[in-house]
Design a binder for this molecule. Structure first.
Ligand SMILES: C[S@@+](CC[C@H](N)C(=O)[O-])C[C@H]1O[C@@H](n2cnc3c(N)ncnc32)[C@H](O)[C@@H]1O
Length: 253
């Protein structure tokens, strides 16, 4: 098969946070496939390049469409925001390959990484991920709330810094309040909590608060929420948000 499929991560938003390898893959593609909002972020670089935009909730269909185009001999770039392997399209592509046309296994498939929202958000706040950390999606579209609670409990007991992707949407306003109330069983009220909206874009907004004071209405679909470990702390600054960091040593060695 002569076609190829590259799954690319556009990064969190700002053009300068897109890697050169991703820019190259986008400019070389004959076809761009993706959620319409993400495709709009890709500059028009090549005459005749075809764009295939789809809605947000049809990931497997979009992956299959990209694979079919590649099987026809097209050079396809499938776009994701952030990193394509983090709660995004790369896994949908491999799921489609595993369950789909066996000829797709012969295609040239590449995954080009991008800066995920968690890293852009953390860099803006300081170094909250300096110790051990984990990432949990609060969306229960693809897993049960019981599974989310199991993972929250394990992460809290292990004293990880926890980053929440998909903390809220119009259809799921209750997820974040539920998750934070659940965590309060193990985490101290003064645990540092960060809300980072539109990380890595000019509209970025950072709110530094605590588990007992968090204003949960501050979270939307473009927010990354970070709940600190027992070691996460603040360095105050005059006239600016405090720096937030988690020391690399947890004091046990
Ligand atoms: C389906 S996940 C996709 C994550 C993406 N693949 C990544 O690596 O960043 C969507 C969630 O990522 C987070 N997110 C994506 N872009 C963001 C940004 N610029 N700032 C803050 N959070 C963001 C939000 O929590 C959002 O609900």
């Amino acid at each position: 098969m002569t076609g190829s499929l590259t799954v690319v991560g556009l990064g969190p938003g700002a053009a300068e946070l897109m890697t050169p390898a991703v820019s190259l893959a986008l400019s070389e593609a004959t076809d761009l496939v993706g959620y319409a909002t993400y495709l709009e972020r890709v500059p028009e670089t090549k005459l005749g390049q075809r764009r295939h935009a789809s809605g947000n909730r049809v990931e497997i269909d979009r992956a299959r469409h990209a694979l079919r185009l590649a099987a026809e001999g097209r050079k396809v770039a499938l776009v994701s925001s952030g990193d394509p392997g983090v709660f995004a399209m790369a896994a949908a592509v491999f799921e489609a390959i595993e369950t789909g046309d066996t000829r797709w296994r012969k295609l040239d498939i590449q995954v080009q990484p991008g800066i995920t929202a968690m890293l852009a958000a953390a860099a803006h706040a300081g170094a909250p991920l300096g110790g051990d950390f984990c990432a949990i999606s609060l969306s229960d579209n693809l897993k049960s709330w019981a599974t989310i609670e199991q993972r929250l409990e394990a992460a809290a007991k292990a004293d990880f810094v926890i980053s929440f992707y998909n903390p809220a949407s119009r259809a799921r306003p209750e997820q974040l309040p539920r998750a934070l109330a659940f965590l309060r069983q193990w985490k101290a009220p003064e645990t540092v909590v960060l809300f980072v909206q539109a990380a890595g874009t000019p509209d970025m907004k950072l709110t530094v608060t605590t588990l007992d004071r968090a204003d949960l209405s501050a979270a939307d679909m473009r927010t990354l929420v970070v709940v600190g470990s027992s070691k996460t702390r603040l360095i105050s600054r005059d006239g600016a948000a405090p720096w937030v960091y988690t020391p690399r040593s947890d004091g046990t060695s």
